[in-house]
Write a protein that binds this ligand. Structure first.
Ligand code: URA
Length: 447
């Protein structure tokens, strides 16, 4: 560990002073290698949590975590590769729509995704609900697929940012997860390892998101963009609303069914597809297949209308071993039919006024769509479908949601929780913009 003195480094951060960046890198390397114990790293994390990190410190921390593992090299793949990351939400099925959609506009997209975290679902769990779908790919398979069909979504192997894995586990048990620079460094260390040339971030904001306030969402977006800039990776961030679930399905297979419907053009005029088009437009522009995000959105609409995006989704599912027949006929999936419905109570007259995304996220986990403990298996068919959403007309006895699960004992509690997640009013609520703002090197702008 050369001349590094961990106690002095911890004291520097404790006193709110600037760290020497080489010392910070050496400290992370030493921790990953086992030369710095958990108790010293815990003290450092709490000092960083309380006093923050400068952009330069956050970038150095990211770099050290990135360099601790594999940095996938996609330079042999032609074109500007553009990645995407969402900070996570309820019903967030954007990636399986967006990745083949953007690829069908001529922009390659390689993505390492995660599993469900708390009340938020995980893209890997959703994709693995397609029988046969493999998310565990070798780096060669990942590279080959992006070369062949322009898109791939895989799980993170243990080789990607192992320092982050070790640090995240420690943060989880030392109350230091909720720190904007630590979250930004953690996410960016994995995003930079994917091998893309540019990145679009979907920074979710609201009660169903990790960032509950707009101020925190802005700070996270700005910190991640600054880290990208330090690594010569241009980043555009789009802040999107996460007060209510995204779309009308939440869970694993139920969300895949909605993905297919979206790509078939059945939900074009919805908040979900407005978010997909906004992110896709930015990605197509960063990939230099359009002059601007607006022109990118036009290109995106063309490939949706022509069926090219749906075809690319079929190719993507087949390339990763998924059952193509079920994608054509989703209702044929074994055990996928609803086992119960939730009906509107007697006082439900008029309109749905509000629907709490956090409560719906917990309900989906209780049905088996997510994990309570790290080692839990998820139920591939579990979740909710046909959710009524704010602004929908409602009358007593109407279906508010359909429940899918292989754990029927969960149904009664979930049914009560879902009813509580709704409120009703005589007048329709004010519509909320799904896309709130965008950020790039020229600053924030409205959309
Ligand atoms: N997701 C991550 O990958 N890291 C964090 O710190 C928080 C969310």
């Amino acid at each position: 560990m050369s001349n590094l003195n961990p106690v002095r480094l911890i004291a520097t951060k404790r006193d709110g002073k600037a760290l020497a960046l080489d010392d910070l890198r050496a400290f992370i390397d030493a921790y990953t290698g086992g030369a710095v114990p958990d108790y010293q790293m815990s003290a450092f994390l709490m000092a960083a949590y309380l006093n923050g990190l400068s952009d330069a410190e956050a970038a150095a921390l990211t770099d050290a975590m990135l360099q601790s593992g594999t940095h996938i090299d996609l330079s042999s793949v032609s074109g500007i590769k553009v990645g995407k990351h969402s900070t996570g939400g309820v019903g967030d099925k954007v990636s399986p729509i967006l990745v083949p959609l953007v690829a069908s506009c001529g922009v390659p997209v390689a993505k390492l995704s995660g599993r469900g975290l708390g009340h938020t679902g995980g893209t890997l769990d959703k994709l693995e609900s397609i029988p046969g779908f493999r998310t565990s790919l070798s780096v060669d398979e990942y590279r080959r697929q992006i070369d062949d069909i322009g898109c791939v979504i895989a799980g993170q192997t243990g080789d990607v940012a192992p320092a982050d894995k070790k640090l995240y586990a420690l943060r989880d048990v030392t109350a230091t997860v909720d720190s904007i620079p630590l979250i930004a460094a953690s996410i960016m260390s994995k995003k930079l390892a994917e091998g893309n040339d540019a990145l679009v971030l979907d920074v979710k904001c609201g009660r169903g998101a990790f960032m509950k306030t707009e101020a925190d969402a802005r700070a996270l977006a700005e910190t991640m963009a600054a880290i990208g800039a330090e690594h010569d990776v241009p980043v555009t961030a789009v802040m999107t609303n996460m007060d209510v679930p995204l779309g009308r399905a939440v869970g694993n297979w139920p969300e895949i069914v909605e993905v297919i419907e979206c790509l078939r053009g059945e939900h074009d005029d919805t908040p979900l597809m407005r978010i997909v088009r906004a992110l896709a437009g930015e990605m197509v522009a960063l990939g230099e297949k359009a002059e601007s995000a607006e022109e990118g959105e036009e290109r995106v609409q063309q490939v949706l209308d022509s069926g090219a995006a749906l075809d690319r989704f079929f190719q993507f599912v087949e390339a990763q071993g998924g059952d193509r027949g079920l994608i054509d006929t989703p209702s044929a999936r074994d055990g996928s039919e609803p086992v119960a419905v939730v009906r509107a109570p007697d006082d439900a007259q008029g309109y749905v006024a509000d629907l709490d995304a956090l409560a719906i996220g917990h309900a989906a986990v209780d049905l088996g769509a997510g994990r309570r403990a790290k080692e839990d298996d998820v139920d591939p068919v579990a979740g909710l479908s046909d959710l009524k959403k704010p602004g929908d007309p409602v009358a007593p006895g109407d279906v508010l949601a359909r429940l899918h699960t292989r754990t029927p004992s969960a149904v009664e509690d979930v049914r009560a929780a879902i009813r509580d997640a709704y409120s009703f009013s005589d007048e329709p609520p004010e519509p909320v913009a799904p896309v709130r703002a965008r950020y790039d090197t020229s600053g924030w702008s409205d959309v």
